[in-house]
Design a protein around this ligand. Structure first.
Ligand code: NI
Length: 150
């Protein structure tokens, strides 16, 4: 595993759409492992592939309930609203309140290519939405309703 270089807010790659993964090969598995290591090294709770310069639909999340490796994640249900503070490893020293669903259901492929779903509430729902936004070139600062001191 290796720590990869993070991309920061003015890097145009963060504004591009990621492509679906059609084959889960060794490159994708290495990418996922490197993303996990990079997320932990930077004390994040989630990381999306564009943040390490790769435009593929791949995210990793750990909100304290173990590592999630999600390929081609897509929100299929959402419910409720939650306004809370968010930050992003690609947007250092900034934080703000963002409105997110309280609960989401996401479908994805695991590293063996099995189609799975995960339901998340609270912080996990927030992390899922934030990371999936990255795959569409969206940053949390686009959605901030109120900036707060980081
Ligand atoms: Ni982020």
């Amino acid at each position: 595993m290796a720590i990869r270089q993070l991309r920061y807010v003015n890097d145009p790659i963060l504004r591009k759409k990621s492509r679906e993964v059609t084959k889960i090969d060794d490159r994708i598995k290495t990418l996922l492992n490197d993303m996990v290591e990079t997320m932990y090294e930077n004390e994040g709770v989630g990381l999306a592939a564009p943040q390490v310069g790769i435009l593929r639909k791949v995210v990793v999340i750990d909100v304290g309930e173990g590592i999630l490796k999600l390929i081609n994640p897509e929100i299929i249900e959402k419910e409720g609203e939650s306004l809370d503070i968010e930050g992003c490893l690609s947007v250092p020293n900034r934080a703000g309140k963002v409105l997110r669903p309280e609960r989401v259901k996401v479908k994805y492929l695991d590293i063996d290519g099995n189609e799975k779903t995960i339901e998340g509430t609270g912080l996990l729902a927030r992390a899922l939405c934030h990371e999936i936004d990255h795959l569409n070139g969206i940053l949390f600062i686009d959605k901030v309703v109120e900036e707060v001191e980081d």
